[in-house]
Design a protein around this ligand. Structure first.
Ligand SMILES: [Zn+2]
Length: 484
């Protein structure tokens, strides 16, 4: 190698031309099959903050450092260069016969001397060991150019890859939640999690809480989606992958009620599905759903598993508190969850015509309709007299069947907390009565319950905790059939 190369003060244009002529980038290095950087090292690596968007606004905002090799008659020559991305100009460079860390340090030092960047400049490089070396990082830090490695280490320790098995209506789905920054540090854990998906199973890769995914990880995901997964019969669903990752979001598993599912499940299994759903809601572990896809999938017909009669209270939306999706349940909502002919007709249709297996009558704590019913008894007033509303008494009078005047008058003087407990007790009795009335007033429902094809369960939703308690019958929540 000619000695004039080393440390020669050649002008930037010459280097730029040299780089241009040799198409100097990582690709060139691969073409010549010469290793310029080695990512197989244990040194810490900073996150790729450029995020592959090489459009910084001004000079000295972002520099990119790279290293490449140039073939000469006397062997390989290594060139380290630093480019300012605003102008795509080489601002520092160094050459040597070796590719050790001091080569990239020399290039960066010359760039700093020439351009005198302020603190906060973003220095981006590949993940080669030279750039990850303590030597190079110390230089970055000295000039305020550091790309924090502790950030990525910390964010990965804080929130590693999470693996949860979700029980969707169509079967188990292994839900792999990616951390905010997915780096090479997560690669082994992700590969293991994918490896552990059972053959023939479903896996959901969830990047909804992710800001950055390392290209190596994207390659791993693509490879699993296209080859490794299908070879083991594993279906891969993706959520939260933006277009910049060139991976399209898609949900492959069935997460809505189908005809086959509706026919196959028993009332007890439907009750368990609802209990599991409320538990997920209560602890904030709702299933990952593609509602748009559910709309599409259920457009041709619905096969709901249950019908839920609940209060109109804004805090008790049935689909949310049971963590269900589009097409999963019929939902009947009336103030005080009272039974009327219209309610009976709706529930009869849901069970006898549309095939629902479970009826849930659900009251809730702190119910305004129940409290009004109690207060109006004490006041000796009708709802119309108290409010001027002509139709409220239909509801209030129905709820009042669950409590007598003497009990209301006794409760009127209780402290607030005890009064609330009393009102909640009335709400429970109102639910019990609803469960009985359904079977007493509807012959078809009574028959379906007798035949074991439909069950009726009472439930109370607690607006303070989000929990649903199923009432009566040793926690199974099934009412005894009522003789018709
Ligand atoms: Zn209510």
């Amino acid at each position: 190698m000619p000695s004039w190369w080393r440390g020669h003060a050649c002008c930037v244009n010459t280097v730029a031309k040299l780089m241009r002529d040799n198409d100097i980038r990582a690709k060139t290095a691969r073409k010549f099959r010469v290793r310029t950087t080695d990512s197989d090292h244990d040194l810490p690596v900073a996150d790729n903050r450029l995020d592959r968007r090489f459009d910084p606004p001004a000079a000295n905002d972002v520099w990119r450092a790279d290293i490449t090799s140039i073939p000469t008659r006397e062997g390989w020559l290594y060139l380290a260069a630093v480019e300012d991305l605003s102008a795509r100009r080489v601002v520092g460079w160094a050459m040597a016969e070796h590719r050790e860390s001091r080569l990239v340090v020399d290039a960066l030092e010359r760039a700093v001397q020439r351009r005198l960047p302020g603190e906060g400049l973003l220095s981006h490089s590949d993940r080669g060991s030279q750039y990850a070396s303590a030597h190079y990082q110390a230089l970055l830090a000295r000039h305020g150019l550091v790309v924090s490695m502790s950030f990525i280490l910390w964010s990965n320790v804080r929130r590693p890859i999470r693996r949860i098995v979700e029980k969707h209506l169509g079967g188990d789905v292994v839900h792999i939640e990616l951390p905010n920054q997915v780096s090479f540090l997560n690669r082994a854990a992700l590969a293991l999690a994918l490896d552990e998906v059972p053959p023939g199973g479903h896996v959901l890769l969830d990047a909804r809480g992710t800001d950055y995914v390392d290209p190596d990880i994207l390659d791993l995901i693509r490879d699993f989606q296209e080859k490794t997964g299908p070879a083991r019969g594993v279906e891969v669903s993706l959520s939260g992958f933006r277009s910049k990752y060139q991976l399209e979001d898609q949900i492959q598993y069935i997460d809505y009620s189908t005809r086959d599912l509706q026919e196959a499940v028993t009332p007890a299994q439907v009750l368990q599905i609802l209990k599991d759903g409320n538990e997920r809601f209560r602890i904030g572990r709702q299933l990952t759903r593609d509602l748009g896809r559910q709309v599409e999938a259920t457009a041709a017909g619905q096969h709901p598993l249950a019908v839920v009669l609940s209060c109109i209270d804004s805090r008790t939306p049935a689909e949310l508190i049971f963590d269900l999706g589009v097409g999963d349940i019929f939902s009947v909502r009336l103030a005080g969850n009272v039974i009327s002919r219209e309610v009976l007709g709706s529930i009869e249709y849901a069970c006898a015509v549309a095939g629902a297996k479970l009826v849930v009558v659900m009251g809730h704590t702190r119910c305004g309709a129940v409290k009004a019913a109690v207060d109006l008894i004490c006041a000796g007033q009708s709802a119309a007299e108290a409010t001027g509303c002509d139709h409220l008494d239909h509801i209030v009078e129905d709820v009042q069947r669950s409590v007598d005047r003497a009990a209301c008058l006794a409760a009127a003087h209780l402290p607030a907390a005890e009064k609330e407990t009393f009102v909640n007790g009335v709400a429970r009795r109102n639910v019990d009565r609803g469960v009985e009335e359904l079977q007493r007033q509807s012959r078809v429902l009574a028959r379906l319950v007798r035949e074991g094809r439909v069950a009726v369960a009472g439930a109370m939703y607690d607006v303070t905790t989000g929990a649903i308690e199923f009432l009566a019958d040793e926690g199974i929540g099934f009412s005894q059939p009522v003789a018709s």
